[in-house]
Unconditional design. Structure first.
Length: 178
C-alpha cells in the first residue's frame, strides 16, 4: 500500500495533477489515500476522520507523513489522536480540501477544475513538484511507519479487536444500505 501511495504522490512520474473527490465519508485508509492527491474536491456533507485511535492503533498508511507536511505536526497530531469526524468545510478551512461542491455536484466541480487549469497546467504541475521536493518524503519513511503500525497491531487487546469488529459490522450495514 505504501508503494501505491508513494506512486500517486509522485504522479507516476507523469506531468499531471491528481484529483481526489469525496462524495461521502473519507475515513481511515480512505482518508490517508486521499491525502496523496494534488487537488481535493469535497461535496458539502462529506466527512473525514481517522478512527484508528479508538481501537488501539494509529493511521499507518501515510497520514502522519502527509498531514504533518501539509498542515504541520501539531494539527496533524490533533486530527490523528482526536477520533473526531470533520466536515468538508473544516477540511477546507485547514487547507486539505481545495474546493467545496454542493452535494451531487462534485464530479462536475472536478471537470470544471480540469477545464480551468488547462491553460496553466505546466505551472500548476511544476508548483506541485516543487512542493513535493521540499517535503523530502521517501518511500522508506512510509514503510517504516507501516512497520510500526504492524507492530502495534500485533499488540492489540481483545477489547480493541471487539471495537474493530463492531466498526466493520457497521460499515457492512452502511454499504448494504447504499
Amino acid at each position: 500500500c505504501c508503494a501505491i501511495l508513494h506512486r500517486n504522490i509522485q504522479t507516476l512520474g507523469i506531468p499531471m495533477l491528481t484529483i481526489g473527490l469525496v462524495e461521502g465519508a473519507a475515513l481511515g485508509g480512505g482518508f490517508e489515500a486521499l491525502l496523496s492527491f494534488d487537488y481535493i474536491v469535497a461535496e458539502r456533507g462529506a466527512t473525514f476522520g481517522l478512527p484508528e485511535i479508538m481501537f488501539g492503533l494509529f493511521p499507518g498508511m501515510g497520514a502522519h507523513a502527509l498531514l504533518s507536511r501539509k498542515i504541520g505536526s501539531a494539527m496533524a497530531d490533533r486530527l490523528i489522536t482526536s477520533n473526531q469526524t470533520y466536515t468538508a468545510e473544516e477540511m477546507y478551512d485547514l487547507g486539505l480540501v481545495h474546493q467545496l461542491a454542493e452535494a451531487g455536484e462534485g464530479l462536475e466541480a472536478c471537470r470544471d477544475f480540469i477545464r480551468k487549469a488547462e491553460r496553466r497546467h505546466a505551472g500548476l504541475v511544476n508548483a506541485r513538484r516543487a512542493m513535493k521536493i521540499s517535503w523530502h518524503l521517501e518511500l522508506d519513511e512510509l514503510n517504516r511507519i507501516t512497520e510500526l503500525w504492524a507492530d502495534a497491531a500485533l499488540q492489540l487487546r481483545e477489547q480493541d479487536l471487539k471495537v474493530m469488529s463492531r466498526l466493520v459490522s457497521a460499515q457492512v450495514r452502511l454499504a448494504d444500505a447504499a
